[in-house]
Design a protein around this ligand. Structure first.
Ligand SMILES: Nc1ncnc2c1ncn2[C@@H]1O[C@H](COP(=O)(O)OP(=O)(O)O)[C@@H](O)[C@H]1O
Ligand SMILES: [Mg+2]
Length: 267
């Protein structure tokens, strides 16, 4: 059994890059248990960043804190700063509902509403007072096109979303998330409940979305991380251990722990 020095860290410094989001000294506690232990992490605009690490290392906890989803967990307490467009969105006075229109989320299991395909996509817009059918039609079409689902469903927009396949439901959830035109999309293992073909389609969708969005994705699938992300971050036991360009992390990681994890020798 190899022993690693978990005090070693290798974290990329972004120079002259536009950043979409930055955390400073982020901690997450569930009751007395500290699940994120002071993470400083920056995300480059219009890039895909993959968060990897063994089960229980804190990837989901960290991702959820980025748009305050941990607010809904009574036990959770998040300290530190999360900078987005010059605002620390972790401050209590921030309007979380408005912030989440900028920083959207796609969950592990597709969770379409029990509504039509059309109704899923227009839900948030209608809720914010947009009633104009021409505008809604336009958003439905562009969102479905961006999520690579338009051709398959364009004649069935008023059918139930629940009748779609799992992969189509997940792409619908992506379309629903981008309908409000967020800046940043957080995705927690969006393909883990899907078959290989749907997984590839979701990956292709992500590459397409990168032009317009900053994507942060948790994945336990090393091939997926290697194929589709620009940057990869290795989490272990609540810490960010290594963070670099994906090519570097997979071919020539700085730390032995990262090298062993990405090559499947532990975790
Ligand atoms: N809602 C929760 N309540 C209490 N503990 C939690 C909760 N969610 C996660 N944890 C704990 O926090 C740690 C990190 O979990 P998680 O973020 O889900 O890891 P990962 O996504 O890397 O598998 C684990 O020890 C887990 O048991
Ligand atoms: Mg998780």
């Amino acid at each position: 059994m190899t022993t690693y020095n978990w005090n070693d860290k290798h974290i990329i410094t972004f120079k002259d890059k536009d950043l979409a989001l930055e955390t400073k000294d982020l901690h997450v506690f569930y009751g007395a248990k500290e699940s994120i232990k002071g993470v400083d992490m920056s995300f480059e605009k219009n890039s895909i960043t993959a968060l990897i690490g063994p089960s229980g290392s804190g990837k989901s906890t960290f991702l959820r804190s980025l748009n305050r989803m941990n607010d809904t967990i009574d036990l959770a307490r998040v300290t530190g700063e999360i900078w987005y467009k010059g605002i620390d969105i972790n401050r209590p006075e921030v309007n979380v509902y408005e912030m989440r229109k900028q920083i959207g989320m796609v969950f592990q299991r597709p969770n379409p509403f029990a509504k039509s395909i059309y109704g899923n996509i227009t839900f948030a817009l209608e809720r914010s007072g947009i009633k104009d059918k021409a505008i809604l039609d336009e958003v439905v079409e562009t969102s479905l096109k961006q999520a690579a689902l338009w051709n398959q469903v364009k004649d069935d927009l008023h059918k139930s979303a629940l009748a779609l396949s799992g992969g189509q439901q997940q792409r619908l959830c992506i379309a629903r998330a981008i309908a409000v035109k967020p800046d940043i999309l957080l995705m927690d293992e969006p393909a883990s409940a899907l078959d290989p073909i749907s997984t590839m389609q979701v990956e292709e969708t992500m590459l397409e979305l990168k032009k317009d969005y900053t994507i942060i994705i948790v994945t336990h699938n090393m091939q997926q991380a290697a194929r589709s992300s620009d940057y990869t971050a290795f989490f272990y036991n609540g810490d960010l251990i290594e963070y670099d360009e994906t090519r570097k992390v997979f071919q020539n990681a700085s730390l032995a722990s990262t090298r062993d994890y990405v090559s499947g020798r532990f975790g």
